[in-house]
Design a protein around this ligand. Structure first.
Ligand SMILES: *[C@@H]1O[C@H](CO)[C@@H](O)[C@H](O)[C@H]1NC(C)=O
Ligand SMILES: *[C@@H]1O[C@H](CO)[C@@H](O)[C@H](O)[C@H]1NC(C)=O
Ligand SMILES: CC(=O)N[C@H]1CO[C@H](CO)[C@@H](O)[C@@H]1O
Length: 417
């Protein structure tokens, strides 16, 4: 290599460095000059496409419901608001929420499962790992008549080895130990022996939330977003049963030993331990003189257990039930579609010739009902998890994240534990 060549290379390098520095400064200037000064109390997010925005803020339920009340709005408008307008609805908490580290209590999630752990239940565990801040999140998997050696389970074995007990704890459900733990359940053995119809899964969610606090999610509900702003919002909540004015307790947040959980449980004890979701509203209204379904009624049950609208946790339900003709992303028609390996007619309304593509070209895990906090897939337990169906695409993204080969929706690689 001659002297001249070397000089040229050095000059070029100098030149390139200067250009790179200019670009970097310009980029940083654009990012930081855009953030309003009121953001100061929040950690400044690193530049990236998807970030955990405002992790120290809480969700303002009334602001969200102004945009997401399905009497006046469409699911797609609510989701767009949730996805794009965090600055509007994630507010500064009245008192600081727990920091995300090992010295503070974690967010606690629960699921109850009877029988062997399946690939579908494992899908929920993976969605938890993929979306929640793992330094401060824990999932209790309550098992009844289930695996004795979870490390040998073909689906959950690897997750058990890697994430239990730090992030996921597999716990044996023991009815007697649980119900003897609080005088609230006095007489439970008598009631259960007389009414064999007591629904266990309906019961368990109230028992564990009243005892440990946290958020219960049915096994067919996927985590889609960082739950912190909702979890720490200071209210107990659930969501609406499609278009009916009833709760769907597939998602349920209750504080431990709170007035709401105690009121529901004590009323259920008077009613043969019936914890069916359609009873919950009656329990909250018991001993008040209001009649059902007026504005006053709603404000009373909402003040105990906030009834969020469907899109936050179940974005496809209203369309599935033919209540709204939504144009969604992905634009699916009903609950079966996420299991279909082939394109759904109209799935990508902006793409003219779907035949030029394969489903794997267009179906992307980070473009699955953006804005929603969860996706409830409603009991399709028997469906096969085919890699090209939406559930398969998401499953692959979860696996690659857990493998350490790909980032999650927040642009993070998994920490090695
Ligand atoms: C729950 O709260 C009730 C009344 O507020 C109290 O009497 C009871 O001791 C509490 N139970 C537990 C387990 O903390
Ligand atoms: C994850 O890793 C396992 C074993 O290392 C491998 O079999 C699997 O294909 C990987 N999955 C993805 C999606 O990267
Ligand atoms: C605290 C209280 O007044 N509880 C009553 C509520 O109503 C039920 C009947 O629905 C009574 O049995 C409770 O004593």
């Amino acid at each position: 290599m001659g002297q001249n060549n070397l000089t040229n290379i050095i000059r070029n390098k100098y030149f390139i460095t200067v250009i790179v520095l200019i670009i970097v400064f310009d980029f940083l200037y654009t990012i930081f000059s855009d953030s309003p000064p009121s953001n100061d109390q929040f950690t400044v997010p690193p530049p990236g496409l998807f970030i955990r925005k405002r992790p120290n803020g809480i969700l303002d339920a009334d602001r969200v419901m102004k945009r997401c009340d399905m009497k006046f709005s469409l699911v797609e408008n609510c989701l767009e608001y949730l996805d794009k307008k965090e600055d509007d609805y994630i507010i500064e908490p009245p008192s600081p929420i727990p920091q995300c580290n090992e010295n503070e209590p974690p967010m606690l999630f629960h699921v109850f499962w009877r029988g062997m752990i399946t690939d579908k239940l494992t899908l929920q565990m993976k969605s938890f790992l993929y979306t929640q801040p793992l330094e401060c999140s824990k999932l209790y998997v309550w098992l009844q008549d289930s695996d004795t050696d979870i490390d040998l389970n073909p689906f959950a074995g690897k997750i058990y080895e890697k994430f239990s007990p730090k992030n996921i704890e597999f716990k044996k459900w023991d009815t007697k130990e649980q119900l003897d733990s609080d005088p609230l359940y006095k007489g439970w053995e008598n009631i259960m022996s007389r009414h064999s119809s007591v629904s266990f899964s309906d019961l368990v969610r109230f028992v564990v939330l009243n005892r440990y606090g946290g958020m219960y999610m049915d096994g067919d509900v996927l985590f889609l977003r960082d739950m912190r702003p909702l979890y720490h919002s200071g209210i107990d909540f659930s969501y609406k049963w499609s278009f009916k004015s009833e709760y769907n307790t597939a998602v349920l947040r209750l504080r431990a030993n709170g007035t709401t959980s105690r009121k529901i449980i004590s009323q259920a004890m008077l009613n043969k331990m019936n914890f069916h979701p359609f009873e919950i509203k009656n329990y909250l209204l018991a001993n008040t003189s209001v009649s059902l379904d007026t504005a006053t009624t709603k404000s009373i049950y909402n003040s105990h257990l906030y009834m969020f609208s469907v899109p936050l946790f179940d974005p496809l339900w209203l369309k599935n039930d033919h209540r709204q003709k939504n144009n969604l992303r992905p634009n699916l028609r009903g609950m079966d579609d996420v299991w279909d390996p082939k394109f759904i007619p109209g799935e990508f309304p902006n793409i003219d010739n779907l035949n030029d593509y394969s489903p794997l070209d267009l179906r992307k895990a980070d473009d699955f009902f953006r804005g929603a906090y969860a996706y409830h897939w409603h009991n399709n337990w028997a469906r096969e998890l085919i890699p090209t169906c939406w559930m398969g695409v998401i499953n692959t993204a979860y696996d690659a994240f857990i493998n350490g080969t790909q980032r999650n929706i927040y642009g993070e690689f998994i920490q090695s534990y």
